[in-house]
Design a protein around this ligand. Structure first.
Ligand code: S3P
Length: 427
């Protein structure tokens, strides 16, 4: 077997959003290395600039230094804030703005304007913030007017890091206690970063999987000094290529937070040979090098309780389904219908149009391997992860698959297409 090809992926999207946003809430000067320069994080940076924060241009591989405005230090923006395609930008901003005593209008692109917002505005409204839905119910554009919030208690019906983070940031800014639960622990980057900034956040996961987190206000967050690890969700596209292709590859410096790495457990169950080296901790997050070796893959069933840990990896797992002996079945994943696109429908329809055996059901998808992939054109519905998933399918199958909007990959993974070409040439 040849030596693994070495690659790196851009900075983690979730951590990059949080680093910018939380640094804007500290008073001192923060230092952030490895920030993602993709379109979603640019949306967060642009929004923070409109709210009075002096954030320099984002550049890959440069250290970003800026002073925050302190808690409740954001200033009323001159005009509407456009969150672009980014759900994380929108929902986290809504949380912080719920504690700021002025009116802000948030909107986004057509995909973001079709995504539900009451999951955040309902609990924030119950705590005392005011929301006006300026278009359709439960959708952007929304005006938020912050206020003096009551302590926040919320039992979230679904695991969602965006909801959890919005409520934690609202409580932090308002100076009120926050007590939350969710049925499974969603990604916990906010909690880890707040702790690194000396904010009191306590988390506990019960034996039935229910996760609780509480924040006690009273400490000004300390400035941040952080290196953003590579994005595991971006790495997953390349690891899939390593596992189902003919050449091993190593992705170096990837974030391995256990709330994010369900994909590794699933591919191992499928017979995939993935190994982790150089495991270390950076800025409160586990980081390592992940090598994927070409493997004979068999099918598996992914159950509801695994979904939060691989929520963004379902499109690439569906693509892997075309390469397995048997089938991959994903259950309990109805949340996929309200992501950047309806990922269950788009994946199943597009795979079928390419001759693959895929079936969509209300809360999941099944993809069976063994059929040849045909040439065809895929509409990616403006969804970066759909575009990248079909890019990997093209690389694996050699089928002439074209996409209506390949450039959308830059939302989370600038350089994806050149990396994929390089890896293709390396085999
Ligand atoms: C994210 C949380 C997840 C994930 C999204 C990023 C975050 O969404 O799908 O890509 O950074 O908090 P939910 O919180 O809606 O599950």
């Amino acid at each position: 077997m040849k030596e693994p090809v070495i690659v790196r992926v851009p900075g983690d999207k979730s951590i990059s959003h949080r680093a910018l946003l939380l640094a804007s809430l500290a008073r001192g000067e923060s230092r952030i290395r490895g920030v993602l320069t993709g379109a979603d994080v640019q949306s967060t940076a642009a929004a923070l600039r409109k709210l009075g924060c002096d954030i320099p241009a984002l550049e890959r591989d440069a250290e970003l230094c800026f002073r925050g405005l302190g808690l409740r230090g954001w200033r009323a923006p001159q005009d509407t804030i456009d969150c672009g395609n980014s759900g994380t930008t929108t929902r986290l901003l809504l949380g912080v703005l719920a504690a700021h005593p002025f009116r802000t209008v948030l909107t986004g692109d057509s995909s973001l304007r079709s995504r539900p917002m009451r999951r955040v505005t309902d609990p924030l409204g119950a705590a005392g913030a005011r929301f006006e839905e300026l278009g359709e119910p439960d959708r952007l554009p929304i005006a938020v007017t912050g206020g003096n919030l009551q302590p926040i208690r919320h039992d979230a019906p679904k695991a969602s890091a965006q909801v959890k983070s919005a409520l934690l940031l609202a409580g932090l800014n308002a100076g009120v206690q926050v007590q939350l639960s969710e049925p499974r622990l969603s990604r916990d980057h906010t909690e880890r970063m707040l702790r690194a900034m000396h904010v009191s956040v306590v988390s506990l996961t019960a034996s039935d999987g229910t996760a609780r987190v509480s924040l006690t206000p009273g400490t000004e967050p300390a400035a941040l000094d952080v290196t953003v690890p590579g994005d595991f969700s971006s790495a997953a596209f390349l690891l899939a290529l390593g596992l189902a292709g003919s050449r091993p590859l190593t992705v170096q410096g990837v974030g391995l937070n256990p709330t994010r790495t369900g994909f590794l457990a699933v591919v191992r169950r499928m017979g995939g040979d993935v190994r982790i080296d150089a495991l270390r901790e950076e800025g409160g997050e586990p980081v390592g090098d992940v090598t994927a070796w070409p493997s004979e893959l068999r099918g598996t069933t992914i159950a509801e309780d695994e979904i939060p840990s691989l929520i963004d990896e379902v499109p690439i797992l569906a693509v892997l389904g075309t390469q397995v002996d048997g089938e991959i079945v994903v259950q309990g994943a109805a949340e996929l219908r309200v992501k950047e696109s309806d990922r269950l429908a788009v994946m199943a329809n597009s795979l079928r149009a390419l001759g693959c055996d895929a079936e969509e059901f209300a809360d999941g998808i099944a993809v069976r391997g063994g059929l040849p992939v045909r040439a065809g054109r895929v509409q990616v519905h403006g969804d970066h992860r759909i575009a990248m998933a079909f890019g990997v399918l093209r690389a694996l199958s050699g089928a002439d698959i074209t996409l209506d909007d390949p450039a959308v990959a830059a939302i989370s993974f600038p350089g994806f297409w050149s990396d994929l070409r390089r890896l293709g040439e390396a085999r």
